[in-house]
Write a protein that binds this ligand. Sequence first.
Ligand SMILES: Nc1ncnc2c1ncn2[C@@H]1O[C@H](COP(=O)(O)OP(=O)(O)OP(=O)(O)O)[C@@H](O)[C@H]1O
Ligand SMILES: [Mg+2]
Length: 259
Amino acid sequence: MPKIAITGKGGVGKTTLTALLSYVYAQRGQDVIAIDADPAGNLGLAFGLTAQMDAELKPIAEMESLIYERTGAQPGTIGGWFKLNPKVDDIPESFSLTHRGVRLLRLGTVRGGGAGCLCPENALLKALVTHLLLRKRQTLILDMEAGVEHLGRGTAGAVDAFLIVVEPGLRSLGTAGQIRGLAAEIGVKRIVLVANKVRSAQDEAFVRDQAAGLPLLGSLPFTAAAVAADQGGLAVFDQAPEMLAAAERIADALDTISP
Ligand SMILES: Nc1ncnc2c1ncn2[C@@H]1O[C@H](COP(=O)(O)OP(=O)(O)OP(=O)(O)O)[C@@H](O)[C@H]1O
Ligand SMILES: [Mg+2]
């Protein structure tokens, strides 16, 4: 089952696309896990979780006793001894929330030192992401910030497709170029663009022209319904049928490029 990482500049629509694709795959009968790997993540809201449900979806990085139990060290300790291969296989089922057929998991922020730090919470998150990427029967969609921090050299190859979301503008396309470099460096195989907030054929042509060789997998239209969904705290796939239809086409295109 496909393992897909979604990245791109801030505000381009990564979370929106994660919610749409996860829902599409779940509707197609797949066992889907959507992972919020953005430290400032709000994936739950894009699924229409109420504030109360969203609050129940606690970030793994903030589960101090779990981190201690699994790594043998308190979160926040840098250097010192901790397990680099903690047990994680039960975490996805125990600490996620299933909504609209999709399992949601929130990774949270590693305090101090960022995602690259040598600390127990980071070791746990890395082991968890690696474990999930290697699960054959589950479809995985990773909502990431503009970077590759949660993927190590060892696991990047397990990602079937790396989707960089862009808007029809030079700034997000510039960020896409930078992300592409980082992703290629750690061994990501397929890197493609998805254009979002497309208002016209010219917008799409602009992205193709400026893509610097990155293939354009598909486009999502700009729609007032997506804005309204965010304003109302409602699921984007319920509120914006044109977005859902576009996500169906993107899922079809993904099926043709991922094994
Ligand atoms: N196709 C679209 N048409 C109109 N508005 C959109 C569209 N896609 C996303 N938006 C709006 O743009 C905003 C940012 O979208 P989203 O949160 O998905 O982006 P993001 O890349 O995840 O942002 P962040 O970097 O903050 O995590 C939201 O208010 C969302 O509703
Ligand atoms: Mg987001």
